[in-house]
Structures are given as C-alpha cells and as structure tokens.
Write a protein that binds this ligand. Structure first.
Ligand code: PMV
Length: 331
C-alpha cells in the first residue's frame, strides 16, 4: 500500500490579509507578512482507495491527532484536494487523513497548516501518479504556495520559514536580520467562531474604514519591514499592535458589526500594554480573527515569556514553542 505524506506549519500574520479582490481564488486586497509557527504542525497522509469518491478521516498517531473537521470543513478540504489533483492530472480516488500536533479544540486556526500540508502531500502523490511528470518535477515552492492559496489564502505563507511575504498569486521567503523568535499563543477561548474568516473577508468591505485600508496596510508593511531590517523592536511592536487593532476595528465597524475579543482577551492585552508602558520593551503582540493573542519574543526575552506565561495561567492556556528551540540570551 502506497502512502504519500507531508507536514506543514501554521503561521501568524503581522500585517494581515483581510479583504479579497477575488473571493473565489482568494486573491488578497493587500500584501501580508507572516512569521511561521514551526511548532504548530499539520500532517497529511494520502492513500489510494477503491470507490467513487475521496474521503477524509482524522489521523491518529502519538504525535499527530486531535483534529475534528466539521462536515463543511471536510467538504472544503476535499474540494481543494480534487482541484489540486486535477491540476496535476491525478486520477482515481483517495483517503486523506490529517492531524495536528496541537489541540484542535483550543481556538487556534489550523487552516493554514492544513491546506499547506494537503498541497505538499498531493504534490508527493503527483510526483508518482501525476500526468506530465516532467512538468510536475519543475514545480517550485512558490508554485505550490500559489496553488495552496486557492484552498486557503493564508496557507500560501506556510511554505517559507521563518518569514513569508504574500503579494498577489503566492508567497515568497523573506530574509530578515533577526534571530528565531519565540512564540506563545495565549488561548483564552476555544469556542467555535461565530463568523468564519471567509465571511469576515467579505463583510469588512462594508465598513467605512475599509476605505483606505489597502493603502494603510501597504504603508504599514513598508514601515514594518524597515523596522525589522534595522532591528527597531519598539517600532515593530507599535506597527504590529496598530495592525491588529486596525483589523479588529474593521470587524467592529462592518455592517452588521462583529468581533472576536472577549473579556479575557482584553485582560491579556492590558497586561502586555502595561509591560510595554513600564519597561519600554516586551513581545510583539497580535491577534487573528479570534479571541486568542499571539506573542513573539526575541531570544533574550525568554525570562519575560516565562513570567507572562505564569501570570496568565490562571485564565488562559499558553501554547508555546519548545524552549530548546530558541537559544537563550542570544540576540
Ligand atoms: O486564509 P483565511 O481565509 O482563513 O484568512 C485568514 C485571515 C487572517 O487570519 C484573519 C489574517 C491573516 O493574514 O492570516
């Protein structure tokens, strides 16, 4: 029995993708910049099966598991799988298994890692069973990123680590003179989102603040790249902070308005603001379309990360990269 498999990480955007110029193929209204979360990984395994349709089932192994996909989620996943198979000229039907190495019920979006892993696993299948093998062999990671975008926009950034810049069709890697950052996801709620990110992309265009959003995001991206290139951490923090509030403001001024922040999200944000006010330093802080807060630390801030984790543990679950993955005290 042949098995084709791949793994891909999740990513967190510092400049957000919010709004599309083409809702069908997920072409973004503005460019976005992300940091890849190498410790939050989806694994996909594909197996050929008899029958007349593709199927999905959860992957259960020691390291990967804990993934539940709604009927709609499964349908979206398999629809993209069919599209990718067509692209590569793959015939027949398959069982697709997927699992995360992080809990699925913790409110962390896993669509980026899931679709990137599905694209990569389908490519493995294509190299053996696809139509034009020569053409398939010439596919680059950028090509795969652009294909993955058609399944889930933000997944196209998961092909590059640690930094990915997505403009137009697909993402590309970005070299920045920064050390590997330490990531914490502060999970305050694992409730299913009432407004999906797909719907959010559409609804934000009804906000008056969407006028000028593309220009704001592009300007902020240029400023953030310059801050990161010159290791101006305080400036980077300010820009990343403004950017996530910009997106939350779009949500709250849409018609009808919606939002994801909870009382505990605000508690986390207040603590982080306090730290920055008092010490003029702290992690980069951002949020996605959800109530949870993402923190990125320089390696010399590990002690601070441990302190923040302890302070938040009474009301939040903190999921973080293994400490050994970041050299302590290095800059
Ligand atoms: O890829 P989607 O359609 O799930 O969009 C997600 C967009 C945000 O996560 C809210 C922001 C981003 O750039 O990742």
């Amino acid at each position: 029995m042949s098995l084709w498999q791949a793994e891909a990480p999740s990513n967190i955007a510092l400049i957000k993708y919010m709004g599309k110029t083409d809702p069908q193929s997920h072409l973004p209204a503005n460019a976005s910049l992300s940091y890849t979360l190498d410790h939050l990984v989806t694994r996909v395994e594909i197996e050929a099966v008899d029958g007349d349709h593709d199927r999905w089932s959860p992957l259960a192994s020691e390291e990967f598991g804990a993934l539940e996909l709604s009927a709609m989620g499964q349908e979206k996943f398999l629809r993209f799988f069919a599209q990718a198979k067509k692209e590569f000229g793959i015939e027949g039907h398959h069982l697709v298994r997927s699992g995360n190495n992080f809990p699925s019920d913790c409110g962390l979006a896993s669509s980026a890692s899931s679709f990137a892993a599905l694209t990569l696993a389908t490519y493995e299948l294509a190299k053996e069973c696809g139509g034009d093998r020569q053409a398939i062999d010439s596919w680059t990671r950028e090509d795969l990123s652009a294909l993955s975008r058609k399944g889930s926009g933000s997944s196209c950034r998961s092909f590059f680590s640690p930094w990915a810049l997505w403009r137009g069709e697909g993402a590309r890697p970005l070299e920045l003179p920064l050390p590997k950052l330490f990531h914490q996801a502060v999970v305050v709620s694992s409730a299913v989102k009432l407004v999906s990110s797909r719907e959010a992309h559409g609804r934000v265009t009804s906000s008056e603040l969407f006028n000028g959003r593309v220009e704001r995001a592009e300007r902020r991206l240029a400023q953030l790249l310059s801050a990161l290139e010159t290791s101006n951490w305080a400036e980077a923090h300010e820009l990343v902070w403004s950017e996530f509030w910009d997106m939350q403001a779009l949500f709250e001024t849409s018609k009808p308005a919606f939002g994801y922040l909870s009382a505990n999200s605000l508690k986390v944000i207040e603590l982080l603001r306090e730290i920055w006010v008092q010490t003029k330093d702290g992690p980069l802080v951002t949020m996605d379309a959800g109530p949870n807060v993402h923190l990125l630390y320089r390696p010399d801030q590990i002690k601070l990360a441990e302190r923040i984790r302890d302070e938040l543990s009474s009301f939040a679950q903190v999921i973080e990269a293994p400490l050994g993955s970041v050299p302590r005290g290095s800059k």
